[in-house]
Design a protein around this ligand. Structure first.
Ligand SMILES: [Zn+2]
Length: 406
């Protein structure tokens, strides 16, 4: 039986973690110098095992292992190499390291896969440029027109054109001609990812077969009050947008708790104007994030919270406007691929949903897609404490390799 090499996987995880924008932290945003260095490292590692590496005009890197020169649709496996600020070492990178390990094992055992295998190293999954997430995968899938792709900017107001140029890695490659290149290109796609929650650990499971990604929605709401002096303005004539927003936040928290286990609700972003200690707030903007395994429930929650927000008009004498609403329904992964993975009989595995968006959600729009989770210790992610035991990597690799060889 073929065996993966835990030391090699750990070494690759450590090396990639070392490419960072901030000392003693892991921060690797797409198009940063750290990102460019990480890409170069991954490319070198892949080329050492006879993988042909290319990069699309967005910055997604594709390594094809096809020693037989087969003319067949490839199988893709991979994840993202960019990270949030002050991240952990596993989010995204885990899936790349698993993909690389599978090819390493084939390469060192002179095993020819039945189909070309492509390791995908995607860009801007974390949404630093486009706050909607998995931007690189959206490019591959042709989810947006070039004009729209260029309309998004990062926190510094830089769009793809500027960021690409500053990265220095694209030379003269023009942007956008290959938008949507992955449509009808792949036979199927696998993404291995850390769970980022605590379900697997709490059930003492070593791997998770992901049924799909939950429905995810956002409401952008503005509360309008009247700025005035914090002292001379008596309480009863105030129109305080911050107080209305606080009421809204508490209600959204209660609502999520009412549906505990079936839905989540979060207000994680608030902007307050003019945000001065001795001035009554004149405008407060919040973003309400809601998720559920059930579309119907997600939409009912959105409806209820909208009504609640609007009811605050009278209560506080303020204005309320729902600026924008977005909802991506529950996306189920390919039942056939899920069954194939179940048949591997990975010991101690269970089925579960993903409560976060992933590249795989976008790839599921263009090809049969499946996802496998590895346990996140303590359920932690997007923070330095993120940790997944290398034994989980071994378990997943030693089983997944059977999908690539006869
Ligand atoms: Zn991720």
């Amino acid at each position: 039986m073929l065996k993966s090499n835990p030391e090699r996987m750990q070494e690759r995880l450590n090396r990639i973690a070392g490419f960072t924008e901030e000392e003693n932290k892991i921060t690797r945003r797409t198009y940063s110098k750290a990102w460019v260095e990480a890409i170069k490292y991954v490319k070198k590692e892949m080329e050492a095992m006879e993988i042909k590496v290319r990069m699309d005009s967005f910055g997604n890197v594709i390594g094809q292992y096809n020693p037989e020169g087969l003319i067949k649709k490839p199988v893709g496996i991979g994840s993202h190499i960019d990270s949030v600020q002050n991240a952990g070492a596993y989010d995204g990178v885990a899936g790349i390291v698993v993909g690389m390990e599978l090819v390493s094992v084939m390469h060192e055992n002179s095993i020819k896969p039945e189909v070309p295998v492509e390791i995908l190293v995607t860009a801007d999954e974390e949404g630093a440029i486009c706050q909607r997430g998995y931007f690189g995968a959206r490019f591959m899938a042709g989810d947006m027109e070039v004009e729209e792709l260029l309309s998004y900017t990062d926190v510094n107001g830089k769009n793809l054109e500027v960021l690409r140029k500053e990265s220095g890695i694209f030379k003269d490659i023009p942007f956008g001609n290959d938008n949507g290149w992955a449509k009808n290109y792949y036979d199927r796609f696998y993404e291995v990812h850390v769970e980022q929650g605590g379900v697997l650990e709490s059930r003492h499971c070593d791997a998770g077969i992901v049924k799909g990604v939950v429905g995810i929605g956002r409401l952008f709401i503005d509360f309008y009050g009247e700025s005035d002096h914090a002292g001379p303005t008596i309480m009863e004539v105030r129109h305080d947008s911050m107080v209305a927003a606080s009421d809204f936040i508490l209600r959204s928290w209660e609502l999520g708790r009412e549906y505990n286990g079936r839905a989540t609700t979060t207000v994680g972003r608030i902007q307050n104007y003019p945000n001065i200690h001795n001035v009554i707030a004149g405008k407060t903007s919040v973003v309400f994030d809601f998720r559920s395994e059930e579309d119907e429930l997600a939409l009912a929650i959105a409806k209820e919270i909208k009504e609640y927000a609007l009811s605050l008009k009278d209560k506080y004498g303020i204005g309320v406007e729902i600026i924008r609403e977005v909802y991506t329904p529950v996306k189920l992964f390919s039942p056939d691929l899920i069954e194939t993975i179940r048949e591997l009989k990975i010991p101690n595995s269970m089925d579960l949903y993903s409560w976060a968006g992933h590249d795989a959600k976008m790839f599921a729009e263009i090809t049969d897609t499946a996802m496998i989770f590895m346990p996140s210790i303590g359920g932690k992610s997007h923070c330095p404490e993120e940790f997944t035991d290398i034994k989980s990597f071994q378990l997943v690799c030693d089983n997944l390799i059977r999908l690539f060889i006869s």
